[in-house]
Design a protein around this ligand. Structure first.
Ligand code: ADP
Ligand code: MG
Ligand code: MG
Length: 909
């Protein structure tokens, strides 16, 4: 993107010509001319055949609103001059009865915006000028077809007459006369239809259809400006973060006609295949048609190339076969445009009597797969650099590629179908409740969250689930949107499901599934399958690997994974993890077989009792770490000591409590007493993190021993030195750190002595309280200070904003509406607030310890904007969940390239 940003032209120029023997604009003037206008100007400058026209700037649209929807003085005169210019270029005059200039009026904002006004074609036609068009073209049918199209579009868009009125009139006429295609209608037919149209318009609006071409023109221009503030456009802007202040440009352009007969046509094309990325012309056209007939689906369009025609088994000829010369010109134009924009283009064109006219070009939308292939190919073709290629890929789009898919050979039983809302296949136990999904995930189980529909209150459960299934809702339902954002496979709107929350069942026809039953969903096809279906792991080679290799070369930030299990750790290595940035040890205790020892420890009366229980936990914990160390083979592994409040491990329901008491062999009353004692009003701010260990240092002692013994064992096995980083959570005071550091270091010494091994390790802390960030100097200072910081940005966001993530959904929804938060601070780091703490902590820590290692390990580590922030803040690494690793690698590379100022030449998007 060019840095030259223009929102206003200080010369006061409001109208920019293109193709009219003079072209005022260029491709990098998108801010002022809109995307369409800037690219029309660029195409004209390249010498491509563009019908002449002019662009009224976005600045005029901004003025229009500022002045209470009044067009600025002087605009009329400028437009008249421009119209004269355009008319001269084509030998016509606007409103002239003998040689009328006809134009299209097209909206065009900086970014393409589907919510905006539809294009009006053939403007300038009246009862009089249509006769001239008929005479000049010697084709009355064409002239009246064009006129009726104009009346339809203008009435719909400018006069607000429902287009159904016109459809009814047209289909009535066709039925009465036994016509099936529009092309069956003669000039007389169209004249009859026009008469009926005009009558209907007068009835609907109380006024005749405007016969004054000036009134037509200004009606259309005002309609474009007004459409900037229609509901559709406003909603689109809100969803895509487009500021209101941008405004839209208006393009007025001489008409060319694709509906002039069998040597005329209109079409759309991509210079490469937008779904696979293959270098081949991809597109469609229609003979004797105008404007958006191709996409309107009235007639079936024909493929452009012979190859595509053969592949599709079409009988209608391709453009290549039908008009070889024009096709050749088109191909040449594609090549020129790709060379100029250095990107795949999405193009609209029209052929009038065998002559090609280019009507639009822009960077084409594409799948992630295609984006990777195109970027990699363009590097090979010498069009772009490796760094450009890295910048071309939308990091969050990588998610699409990384998920497992159903093995095509696998046997499967489809029980229901819904919408393919978010790609990837997932299998797991059915759960119907978000809290339960989270709890089960905490115990290392894989679950599919099944809901009638989801709401913001379910977010944590959706996050915990491996897949999401809903009975209600479309592709833009809450479930679909959130799942795609999280990269969770999702099938939504599976209408055949009968979900009964109270009974804990999901019925489909005669079959009933219960909570805990295993199902598989395929978010790519929308299928819901019985049991666990065999899956295929994602293809990580080819263009993906090539582009990621370039990304890895460009980035400075390290990328680690948040992983608690061997499965996650293995996955992470495949996705390029350079270590574990966060291993949460508590998840290891939720397992059925282990939680008993944990509960025994919690219920013990004294240290001796606790030590007895801890001794049972030691070997389990040691083997967990050993496996992780082996998988990470010498890469650093950050292990966080026990963090959550103890009550999370205790039973809360009476029935369960009784069973646990029996198992533990303690009186029920005692267990209940312990639960009551541990009850807190605000557990997030309560007895957790280092506060637990300070009270019960024997827990830390056990965990440290498990870590160091595992390190010794794994080191022997792999022959690579293990690099554990022991992380103390929730530090606010240096003294807290000192107390626990001493326990850890003493244990390390003991293990070294017992085993005779040399231990390599670091002790550091998680920075997740504002106080810790502010006192970072003190915490890192001296021989025994923290050797690394890991910003726990989930908790740091909660504690900095004083906002509980678990209760935030309704607040955030309200705040988003009121534009108080730009984006959810739990998704994308709040750079001004939380980010400032990260910067302060990093600076102050490094001031006393130059080699202090600093990273982040919240959800933010996989969010591209947050990764960019971490690069700028000078962090050493980010850590995120396994599936976000490639996203983080790419985002880190883009941050580094952008920071270097290696900007790209302007592209046409
Ligand atoms: P959109 O932004 O919805 O793509 P456009 O302004 O590109 O709308 O117009 C849609 C279609 O109308 C174009 O693809 C083209 O086929 C037709 N069109 C626009 N202007 C002209 C013109 N001057 N001559 C012929 N056809 C035109
Ligand atoms: Mg359109
Ligand atoms: Mg278009």
């Amino acid at each position: 993107m060019a840095n030259r940003s223009q929102t206003a032209d200080h010369s006061g120029k409001r109208v920019y010509l293109f193709g009219a023997g003079r072209t005022d604009g260029t491709a990098d003037m998108k801010n002022l001319l809109g995307g369409k206008g800037a690219n029309l100007a660029e195409m004209a400058s390249l010498g491509l055949p563009v019908p002449p026209g002019f662009t009224i700037t976005t600045a005029v649209s901004t003025d229009y609103y500022r002045n209470g929807k009044r067009l600025p003085d002087g605009l009329k005169a400028e437009v008249e001059d421009a119209l004269d210019h355009v008319g001269k270029a084509v030998g016509a005059r606007f409103g002239d009865r003998a040689a009328p200039l006809l134009v299209s009026v097209r909206s065009g904002a900086r970014a393409s915006m589907p919510g905006m006004m539809d294009t009006i074609l053939n403007l300038g036609l009246t009862d009089e000028t249509v006769k001239a068009l008929a005479a000049k073209s010697d084709n009355a049918r064409f002239a009246y077809d064009s006129y009726r199209r104009f009346i339809q579009m203008y009435s719909d868009v400018v006069l607000g007459v429902d287009h159904g009125v016109f459809e009814d009139i047209l289909s009535n006429h066709k039925n009465l006369n036994g016509f099936s295609l529009d092309t069956d209608l003669s000039a007389d037919d169209w004249q009859d239809i026009i008469a009926a149209y005009k009558k209907a318009i007068e009835q609907e609006t109380g006024k005749p259809f405007p016969q004054d071409t000036q009134e037509q023109l200004w009606g259309a221009i005002s309609a474009v400006f007004s459409s900037w503030q229609n509901d559709r456009a406003k909603t689109y802007r809100r969803l895509h973060g487009i500021p209101d202040s941008w405004g839209t440009a208006v393009n007025v352009q001489a008409m060319v006609f694709g509906n002039l007969g069998d040597s005329s046509a209109t079409g759309v094309a991509f210079t490469r295949n937008p779904s696979t990325g293959t270098r081949e012309i991809y597109g469609e056209f229609l003979v004797n048609a105008q404007g958006e007939d191709v996409v309107a689906g009235i007639r079936t369009p024909q493929p452009l190339t012979e190859a595509a025609r053969k592949e599709a088994g079409e009988t209608a000829p391709s453009l290549e076969a039908l008009m070889p010369k024009t096709f050749g010109e088109l191909k040449q134009a594609f090549a020129n445009l790709e060379k100029r924009y250095r990107d795949m283009q999405d193009i609209e064109f029209t052929i009038q009597d065998g002559k090609l006219w280019m009507l639009q070009t822009r960077s084409g939308k594409r799948t992630t797969k295609a984006a990777l292939k195109i970027a990699a190919d363009m590097v090979k073709e010498g069009l772009i650099s490796e760094e450009d290629a890295v910048l071309r890929i939308e990091p969050s789009g990588l998610d699409q590629l990384l998920h497992p898919s159903i093995d095509p050979q696998a046997e499967k039983t489809v029980v229901a179908r819904g919408l393919p809302a978010s790609p990837g296949a997932a299998a797991g136990e059915i759960v119907f409740d978000a809290d339960e999904a989270e709890a089960m995930r905490g115990r290392g189980r894989e679950v599919i969250l099944v809901r009638v529909e989801t709401s913001p209150e379910d977010i944590h459960g959706m996050h915990a689930a491996t897949g999401i299934l809903t009975a209600r809702g479309g592709m833009t339902s809450h479930a679909a949107v959130v799942a795609r954002g999280m990269g969770r496979p999702c099938v939504c709107g599976a209408g055949a499901l009968r979900i009964d929350y109270a009974a804990g069942t999901m019925r489909v026809g005669a079959e009933t599934f219960k909570k805990g039953d295993i199902i598989t969903i395929d978010g790519g096809t929308g299928e819901v399958l019985k049991g666990r279906v065999k899956m295929r792991q994602p293809e990580l080679s080819g263009d993906f690997a090539t582009v990621m290799q370039w990304a890895d070369r460009a980035r400075r930030l390290g990328v680690r994974v948040n992983a608690d299990t061997p499965r996650e750790a293995r996955q992470a290595r495949e996705f390029g993890a350079e270590g574990i940035g966060l291993c949460r040890t508590e998840h290891m205790f939720f397992d059925e077989s282990r939680i008993l020892a944990m509960r025994e420890m919690i219920c013990a009366d004294d240290e001796a009792g606790r030590r007895k229980a801890l001794a049972k936990m030691l070997p389990m914990q040691r083997s967990d770490f050993e496996e992780l160390f082996e998988i990470m083979a010498g890469l650093p592994v950050t292990i966080r000591l026990l963090d959550p409040p103890l009550h999370e491990f205790l039973p809360h329901e009476d029935k369960e409590a009784a069973a646990v008491a029996k198992e533990l062999n303690v009186p029920l009353e005692k267990l209940r007493g312990r639960v009551a004692e541990l009850h807190e009003f605000n557990p997030m701010l309560g007895f957790r993190g280092c506060r637990l260990a300070i009270r019960y240092p024997e827990i830390t002692e056990m965990q440290a021993r498990a870590i160091f013994e595992a390190a010794v064992n794994a080191g022997k096995k792999t022959g690579k030195p293990v690099m554990p980083e022991v992380m103390i959570p929730l530090i606010a005071y240096r003294t807290e750190f000192d107390i626990l550091r001493e326990v850890i270091a003493r244990t390390a010494e003991a293990v070294a002595k017992e085993t005779g091994a040399k231990l390599n390790y670091q002790i550091g802390t998680m920075i997740e309280l504002p106080r810790a960030a502010l006192r970072a100097r003190e915490i890192a200072e001296g021989e025994t200070g923290a050797e690394f910081f890991s910003f726990g940005t989930n908790d740091l966001t909660q504690t900095c904003l004083g906002l509980s993530r678990d209760d935030a959904a309704p607040i955030l929804a309200n705040y988003a509406e009121r534009a108080i938060f730009d984006s959810d601070p739990f998704v994308s780091i709040d750079q001004e607030g939380v980010g400032e703490l990260v910067r302060i902590g990093t600076e102050r820590g490094r001031a006393v310890r130059a080699d202090l290692k600093v990273g982040i390990c919240g959800e933010h580590g996989g969010d591209p904007a947050s990764v960019n922030f971490c690069h700028d803040a000078g962090l050493d690494y980010v850590s995120c969940s396994a599936f976000r690793l490639p996203v983080a690698r790419l985002a880190a590379a883009q941050a580094a390239i952008k920071a270097k100022g290696a900007g790209e030449a302007p592209t046409s998007s």
